[in-house]
Write a protein that binds this ligand. Sequence first.
Ligand code: SAM
Length: 222
Amino acid sequence: SDHQLEYPSCPGDMNWGKLYPYYYNDETKEMTKKVTIADIGCGFGGLLVDLSPEFPENLMLGMEIRVQVTNYVEDRIIALRNNHIGKYQNVNVIRGNAMKFLPNFFEKAQLEKMFFCFPDPHFKQRKHKARIITDTLLSEYAYVLKEGGVVYTITDVEDLHNWMVKHLTEHPLFERLNEEWETTDKCVSIMRNATEEGKKVARKQGAKYVACFKRLPDPTII
Ligand code: SAM
């Protein structure tokens, strides 16, 4: 349960240098970069691994609630770093409940991209509040995302897709990006094919529903 979860009281209390040692300056005791891409419920880490070489200037963090899965991703990244010297230094994973502690890890407007790839569908009506996209959580995601930042969603469950589109569309701080944008954005094609869940769906020749949303500017207060 969450009782065993370790999380910083604020983003500045987090030991980021441990996760990204190449980006820690020993003299100033400061990070030279901050995380700008988050993979929420990253599972086995396929998206992070494929994004890493595509965005060498960005630090990326996977968040995963299952201990064994998080340990697997940690080991996977250590192995990649050892086998490709200087590479994969910009990705890492932490165990955490993304539905609870996101603002403990990220400052306001810190993130450029957030990925929600094949989130757990929670099919039953009474379980819908457990879904990772809800009105309350969207306001938290909007808080950590910068203006113009993008929320990426993909699922093979049509009902969940419709749910995510509905909630994001209704939220005042998000606007859907059109299909033309989707076809030109390289993250969309990576997200379609990189994750373990996405590969499983492809093997079963299942449909994949994509929806991406831009973080709008905060409304001006008159
Ligand atoms: N994104 C990966 C992929 O596409 O292969 C994994 C998809 S899997 C169906 C959903 C993942 O979200 C699981 O690994 C689960 O443990 C994780 N998860 C569910 N709720 C979470 C939460 N509140 N915080 C972090 N991770 C969560």
